[in-house]
Design a protein around this ligand. Sequence first.
Ligand SMILES: *[C@@H]1O[C@H](CO)[C@@H](O)[C@H](O)[C@H]1NC(C)=O
Ligand SMILES: *[C@@H]1O[C@H](CO)[C@@H](O)[C@H](O)[C@H]1NC(C)=O
Length: 413
Amino acid sequence: MLALKSLILIAFLAYEASCLANLEEVFAWKELSFAWPNEETKNAAIKNGEYVPAHNLPLGLDRWKNKLFVTVPRWKSGVAASLGYVSLDEPINKTASVIPYPNWEANTLPKGDAKLEGDNHIVSVFRVAVDSCDRLWVLDTGLADILGDPKVLGSPAILIYDLNTDQLLKRYNLKHEDLKQDSFFANIIIDVDKNKCEEAFAYIPDLGGYGIVVYSLKDDDSWRFKHNYFHFDPLHGDFNVGGVNFQWTDGVFGLALGTPDQQGFRTVFFHPLASLNEFSVNSAVLRNKTLTSDPHIYYEFKLEGFKGDKSQTSASVFDQKSNTLFLTQLNKDGIACWNPKKALEPENVALFVSDKEKLIFTNDIKIDSDRNLWILSDKMPQFIYHELDGNQVNYRILKVKVDDAIAGTTCVG
Ligand SMILES: *[C@@H]1O[C@H](CO)[C@@H](O)[C@H](O)[C@H]1NC(C)=O
Ligand SMILES: *[C@@H]1O[C@H](CO)[C@@H](O)[C@H](O)[C@H]1NC(C)=O
């Protein structure tokens, strides 16, 4: 009996290991380095505190051609650049330096009491989105040194870059009505048809103010939806990740876009971070500014179902070809999938990968145009509540083909 048990255990462990084997570790850093113009500039920045290597935690990612964008929010002082990319040119350097995007200048904070000038500047970014029109959408929170001595350097803004020319196409500062006292914008999702690039919408969840801000590029206008489903679940705000226990009240956080119907509308899946449920609303609702004040709109927001115990999710992303929603699993050090053709209940949610070291705090996931699933894990709780050990690998970027990720799981078919 004991022998059988250990045999099963070995088989189980082997299965887990082979699951992870499908994930290719593309980058692995102990500390993040940057592509400084020269050693003198770097040393001067270290000396005056503008660059504190241990304070640079990568958090969001997205891929465009041979650039893998990485965001580095200004949680603490000494972030060299809040937006940059690492090169995917072969051979890939697993500890590559981050190259600031669009350049160093745009990522440099003003000195002393000086104000930011012009439109092409980035203070602090959590997540970015590459769209199907070769544009990069950046959500700048405008807030530096969040955990230390917070400095508001600008209002939250959307910046749109042309990836072919690296030129800023547009800067849109969110309106006063889009903001609440506790607003915290950490994500941006773009809804666009590649044949109608000018008709793009950005959906921006407000995890602290419990709303979704919608921006229409064509109208150059924004509006805000509120809903009870955007709030956190007080029973599920307890986290144990990488040996750190903490309690969060983060509301609506991850949004993922389903397959468009004939009119171009789609299901928008969403969830609060501190919650075990997934919800949805049709994009026809979010895109319609007049509905923000329609009391009947409450019923257009639906509960999809329950994801299971400890299934709290940060980012999520949808693959149209396989009809799969991918969900990070913060309390399980892994990633899960669900096929919305099936009811959302725990047995239809597959944790296809989990690793107690390599996948501590799976902070962001994205699918690129070649249908690779990219995963960024970064031990963020240790970084926020304690300190990271600079002798260990702290940040990883991994990838797997979507079809390999879901093979053999309940998410197929
Ligand atoms: C990889 O990048 C790091 C950081 O820029 C650099 O120090 C190292 O020399 C590079 N390795 C190779 C093989 O180019
Ligand atoms: C917005 O919703 C209202 C109420 O349902 C509807 O009358 C109107 O046509 C919608 N606007 C657009 C642009 O779809």
